[in-house]
Ligand binder design. Sequence first.
Ligand SMILES: Nc1ncnc2c1ncn2[C@@H]1O[C@H](COP(=O)(O)OP(=O)(O)OP(=O)(O)O)[C@@H](O)[C@H]1O
Ligand SMILES: O=C(O)C1=C[C@@H](O)[C@@H](O)[C@H](O)C1
Ligand SMILES: [Mg+2]
Length: 183
Amino acid sequence: MPLPSGDRLIVLVGLPGSGKTTVGKQLARRLQLPFVDSDHEIEQRLGCSIREFFEREGEARFRDIEAEVIDALTRSGPMVLSTGGGAVLRPDNRQRLKSRGKVFYLRSTPEDVFRRVRHDRNRPLLQVADPLQKLRELHAARDPLYREVAHYVIETGRPSVATLVNMIVMQLELNGSPGVPAG
Ligand SMILES: Nc1ncnc2c1ncn2[C@@H]1O[C@H](COP(=O)(O)OP(=O)(O)OP(=O)(O)O)[C@@H](O)[C@H]1O
Ligand SMILES: O=C(O)C1=C[C@@H](O)[C@@H](O)[C@H](O)C1
Ligand SMILES: [Mg+2]
C-alpha cells in the first residue's frame, strides 16, 4: 500500500516488550517500507551494547546519543521506526517524533508485557528482582508521555500481531492526506 508522502515516517512507541519490533517488522513489510530500530542504530554507532554503554557512561550520556540518533533518523527517508522504550523521556525527542512522523503508541498493561517477556533475558531494565513491579513503575511514569507524543493509541492486550498491523494500516488509510489516492 503506497502511503501519502507526509505519512511515510511511521513511529512506534511503547514500553519495552509492548510489541514494537514484532508489529513494526510486519507493518514495514505490509507498507513496503524499511524497518529501523533506533536501539539497533545506537548500538551500531556505539560499537557496543546499550547495556554496556549504560554501565560505563551512565544513562544521561546514553540519552544524549539517543536524541542525536532520533533527530537524524526522523530527518531521513521513509521508514517504520521502532523507538527505544525511554525515547519519550526527552521533550525534544517527543517534539521531533510527533512533528515529523505519524506516531502510534502500542499500549500494553504491565501485566500483558510481563506475561510476554517473563522468560526473556534481553531487556536490561527488567533484569531486577521484581520485573512486574518495575513495569508498573515504568508504565505509571511513561503512559502520559507515550500518550502525549502519539497521534494514535493502539491497545495491544488482546489482538494478534496481524490484527494490530491491520488496525494501524486502517488508521493510516482513514487519515491519509486528502487528494492523495489510497493504495
Ligand atoms: N500482540 C501480541 N500478541 C502476542 N504476543 C506478542 C504481541 N506483540 C508482541 N508479542 C510478543 O511479545 C514479545 C515482545 O515483543 P517485542 O520484542 O516486539 O517488543 P518491543 O516493544 O520491541 O520490546 P523492546 O522495547 O524491548 O525492544 C515478543 O516475544 C513478541 O513475540
Ligand atoms: O525503557 C528504556 O528506558 C530503555 C529501553 C530500551 O529500548 C533501550 O533504549 C534502553 O535499554 C532504555
Ligand atoms: Mg524491540
